[in-house]
Design a protein around this ligand. Structure first.
Ligand code: AMP
Ligand code: ZN
Length: 466
């Protein structure tokens, strides 16, 4: 097998991937907290995890990929107090917490599908694994890593000399400058393993436990579910960089405390997606969902293409203009591959070069550049270009296989509508123009208005309803 390099946040360097079991890779990806619809930043994390999955498959690995569903509402701000995200959403939408998680879990699964993310091997829910979480906490208890306060069972970070190894923060540094009230916690870095339900309030989500009725802390679910579905240790843990300092640090602590081993060998973290150069936030109204994307006449696959255009270890700036550029590039790519004849053989030399790129820490911009160089290289016979691009698409996931050699045939009635729409636009009758666009969409085609006029493409996702 070829060498694959990953940048490991643990140790902060690139190194050759060494699987625990020959020919197999176990990946755990922290899933969505399903208290509301996932936003485009979240989906950067899931597209990157999917690319990782696909790269390993391309290299001949059997992959077990777990993406969990966080359907227990951990507390806002991840502290030992604050409101529970599910309860907040439940109040906001006047639905029970269980209805909320069902609704947003379904959205999550749909959104993953629209983005061509390969179905993970397992998608365990935190609420289906309460007993496993309790068992892990009990083990930590017998090993002397826990203590009890009035509001819960906590992990005593001071009991692990190694605590802080992922973020490189020494535990005492974490405490410096921290002036927040830590309540009965012994150290600011200590975290809840089990929280008791408040006496006066009946929570919507609560379970019996050896310590009393309550609910698990956030970090314990990922340690318990990764252990169950991948075994410990496993190969690769992924997530966004925001998880390094707290969530993943605490996962590592839990497994080390319970079993004396490292939870996962490789810790792979994507940088954030920014919007207009800044953080996404509810108050700015820029936590866009896939619906917002298709509402702007951009396909989910164009969003995927956009994400592939930046290396996962640099912050990526989202702008509508940039996304529009991705849609145009994808249109151009689709239009070229549609004109080709049937695929023949993959170009061996390009295949090698492509593997070199993607095996170098998921170099997706490099892979896209090579894709374009191949697509536009007239010296390579068309059939060979077609076969090579289809093969590359196993990693890129742009559904090119479905359209190579399939010219876009625009039926006459659509052509008539297009002519009518052009006329309406000339006369600045925007209502009519929009009405016609909808009619065209209902027939399975989309229109982009460009400097050179209307460009038609095929509707390729059921989300695209305008
Ligand atoms: P959460 O539901 O908050 O646990 O987030 C799900 C995943 O999305 C985690 O891996 C986060 O690190 C990641 N994530 C959240 N916001 C962003 C963002 N703006 N850009 C990239 N990844 C993000
Ligand atoms: Zn997690």
């Amino acid at each position: 097998m070829k060498d694959i390099l990953f940048y490991n946040s643990l140790g902060r360097r690139k190194s050759v991937f060494q699987p625990i079991t020959q020919g197999h890779a176990g990946i755990y990806t922290c899933g969505l907290t399903v208290y509301e619809r996932g936003h485009i930043g979240n989906f950067r994390a899931f597209i990157i995890a999917d690319v990782l999955h696909r790269i390993l498959v391309m290299n001949g690995y059997r992959v077990t990929h777990v993406i969990n569903i966080t359907d227990v509402g951990h507390l806002v701000g991840d502290g030992s107090d604050g409101e529970d995200k599910m309860e907040v959403s439940s109040k906001k939408y006047a639905k029970s917490s269980w209805e909320i998680v069902e609704k947003y879990t379904n959205y999550f699964l749909e959104d993953l599908r629209h983005l061509n993310i390969l179905p993970p091997t397992f998608m365990p829910k935190a609420t289906d694994h309460i007993l496993e979480q309790i068992a892990l906490i009990q083990r930590l208890e017998t090993k002397g890593h826990t203590y009890r306060t009035r509001d819960g069972i906590y992990f005593a970070t001071k009991t692990l000399p190694n605590y802080g190894r992922l973020s490189g923060q020494r535990i005492d540094e974490k405490a410096v400058g921290v002036r927040v009230d830590i309540g009965e916690k012994r150290h600011p870095a200590d975290f809840a393993l089990w929280k008791f339900s408040p006496q006066e309030i009946r929570r919507q989500m609560e379970w019996p436990s050896p310590w009393g009725v309550g609910f698990p802390g956030w970090h314990i679910e990922c340690s318990a579910m990764s252990q169950k579905y991948l075994g410990l240790p496993f190969d690769i843990h992924t997530g966004g960089v925001d998880h390094v300092a707290v969530h993943h640090e605490n996962e590592i602590a839990q497994v080390e405390g319970a079993y004396g081993i490292l939870e996962a060998n490789v810790w792979l973290h994507n940088e954030f997606l920014l919007v207009d150069g800044g953080k996404m936030s509810k108050s700015l109204g820029n936590t866009y969902s896939l619906d917002d994307i298709v509402g702007k006449n951009v396909s989910p696959l164009a969003f995927r293409y956009f994400i592939l255009g930046a290396g996962y270890r640099v912050p990526q700036n989202f702008t509508w203009q940039g996304l529009d550029g991705a849609q145009r590039a994808l249109n151009r790519l689709e239009n070229i591959v549609r004109t080709w004849r049937q695929p023949t053989n993959v170009h061996k030399d390009i295949q090698e070069r492509f593997l070199e790129k993607i095996n170098d820490d998921l170099d997706t911009p490099g892979a896209l550049a090579l894709l374009w160089a191949t697509v536009t290289d007239d010296a390579i016979p068309e059939g060979m270009r077609a076969a090579t691009v289809i093969w590359m698409d196993d990693v890129l996931g742009l559904s090119l296989r479905d359209i190579v050699g399939k010219p876009l045939i625009i039926p006459t009635d659509i052509q008539v509508l297009l002519a009518e729409r052009e006329q309406a636009r000339k006369e600045k009758k925007w209502d009519i123009s929009d009405e016609i666009r909808q009619k065209i969409l209902d027939s399975g085609f989309l229109v982009d208005d460009t400097e050179t006029g209307q460009v038609v493409r095929e509707k390729r996702s059921s989300l695209e309803q305008a």
